[in-house]
Design a binder for this molecule. Structure first.
Ligand SMILES: Nc1ncnc2c1ncn2[C@@H]1O[C@H](COP(=O)(O)OS(=O)(=O)O)[C@@H](OP(=O)(O)O)[C@H]1O
Ligand SMILES: Nc1ncnc2c1ncn2[C@@H]1O[C@H](COP(=O)(O)OP(=O)(O)O)[C@@H](O)[C@H]1O
Length: 185
């Protein structure tokens, strides 16, 4: 199964992926995390943040995710993935392999307060432009398989909901592997 965690910078994607991985490993599952920030640095440092490169980034992540997922590894992708059409393409590429889109739906004001990497402050000071959710587009998922607003819970609570969804939610529980195989996409 591939699980895409999509959301704004500082929404909580990396924290949730890391905590969910630990819980799933402890329960005996095989798990990998593909974090946008990490694969960009280690696998394709030539990609920037233009719309074309963001699309390429998700396509490449999707290829790796599919290899892992179809070999029985729970693959958690933590990426901003700002474009609805790129996310739909990722889902479509998983034909026959369970796939779920999880919107880490933390509001931009909360993300700005967290500002883990100082990006919101840098954008406000005019040092960078094209920050997703501020002056670059983030197309909110309209029908995600799961939505997690991290505003009112801690990482452990949100991660527990994510793990429960992965192990017991409709995607893996369905005899057809969730809606990916339902013909809607
Ligand atoms: N302008 C701007 N907009 C968005 N993000 C920025 C920007 N500049 C740097 N960064 C950092 O780059 C990380 C990009 O992560 P992704 O690969 O997940 O992005 S994308 O899906 O290709 O849009 C992203 O990682 P996360 O903070 O973990 O989400 C940012 O830390
Ligand atoms: N319920 C929660 N889920 C995830 N992160 C949370 C939550 N509550 C607070 N946070 C904090 O929000 C920040 C999210 O940062 P990070 O995971 O790096 O975000 P992203 O990968 O989306 O850029 C972390 O400092 C984390 O501790």
């Amino acid at each position: 199964m591939t699980v895409l965690l999509t959301g704004l910078p500082s929404a909580g994607k990396t924290s949730l992926a890391t905590a969910a991985r630990a819980a799933l490993l402890a329960a005996g599952h095989r798990v990998e995390v593909l974090d946008g920030d990490v694969v960009r640095r280690e696998l394709w440092p030539e990609l920037g943040l233009s719309p074309e490169d963001r699309e390429r980034n998700l396509t490449r992540i999707g290829s790796v995710a599919l290899l892992l997922a179809r070999n029985g590894i729970i693959t958690i992708v933590a990426a901003i993935a700002p474009y609805a059409h790129s996310r739909a393409a990722l889902r479509a590429a998983h034909a026959g392999v369970p796939f779920a889109e999880v919107h880490v739906a933390t509001p931009v004001e909360v993300c700005r307060r967290r500002d883990v990497k100082g990006l919101y402050a840098r954008q406000a000071r005019g040092e960078i432009t094209g920050l997703t959710g501020v002056d670059a587009v983030y197309e909110e998922p309209l029908t995600p398989d799961l939505r997690i607003d991290t505003t009112l819970e801690d990482v452990g609570e949100s991660a527990a909901r994510l793990v429960d969804f992965i192990l017991h939610g409709p995607v893996l529980s369905s005899p057809h592997g969730g809606r990916e195989c339902s013909g809607r996409f």
